[in-house]
Design a protein around this ligand. Sequence first.
Ligand code: AMP
Length: 292
Amino acid sequence: MNSKTDRSTPTVRTRAELLRQVMDWKRAGETVAFVPTMGALHSGHLSLIEKAREKASRVVASIFVNPTQFAPGEDFDTYPRDEAADLAKLASAGCDLAYLPTVEEMYPEGTLTNVRVESMSDLLDGIYRPHFFYGVTTVVARLFLHVQPDVAVFGEKDYQQLQIIRRMVRDLAFPIEVLGAPTARDADGLAQSSRNLYLTAEERRNAGALQAALHRAAMRLGAGALPSEVLGEARTLLSHSGFGKVDYVTLVDPATLLDLPDAPLREGTAARLLGAAWMGRTRLIDNISVSR
Ligand code: AMP
């Protein structure tokens, strides 16, 4: 294990080194919380580390840009990577150990096994990125088996991902408690994302409209407005705010992610409003809870 200065986080790159440390902790009666990431860390990621610290005595974060969740032509090669800065941020957030596996460590040569959460992975983002959630669940299942945490923390920012992982954990009986953490936002409401780095200054000024449109729609739905009208208004607002193609703005059941009927939300029920739209060459997603 490489214990660097106190401004970086101890780092392991192999499963064997990782397991040695985690097993030492577990033998000493400690609990382990895990936060998987793809790096380019921002304060949204660090809020997950803080939540993890509240839930367990040790926190492990992984940084792995997972090739199986990128399609050819997506941004795997250009995805932002800054290991030294990430390790310093993890240290300042109180992370105990960073796991930075190689592709070979995660996908040993000749590997044939994937994890697919059917149907939920084919909705919403799965329509536009058909490979995506299969890559996510495959790598998260592998990371869970490597880290063997008691608790794992995921952001509500990626709401569909969070619900799919909850389902995977339930279906495969992973002995892991999955926790969601609220979305960290910039002052104008834009959800923090590593991909926000791709936005030009003008696009960045306009991008806050995604959260604003969802927020406004959530208020109207909470007051009993008809979903088809409200969702139409949200799309129009996005188009008038500099967004290009709107992949979806939709109201779904918060657990199954299935579309709700086009009727005013029943009193006492909760739903989730999700949106995905293009700002220039960057695809932004966001979501918000709706209740009546
Ligand atoms: P990523 O590095 O984008 O794969 O994200 C790693 C984890 O951080 C996932 O659980 C994300 O949902 C979470 N995350 C990303 N952005 C945010 C944010 N703005 N607020 C809270 N969690 C986030």
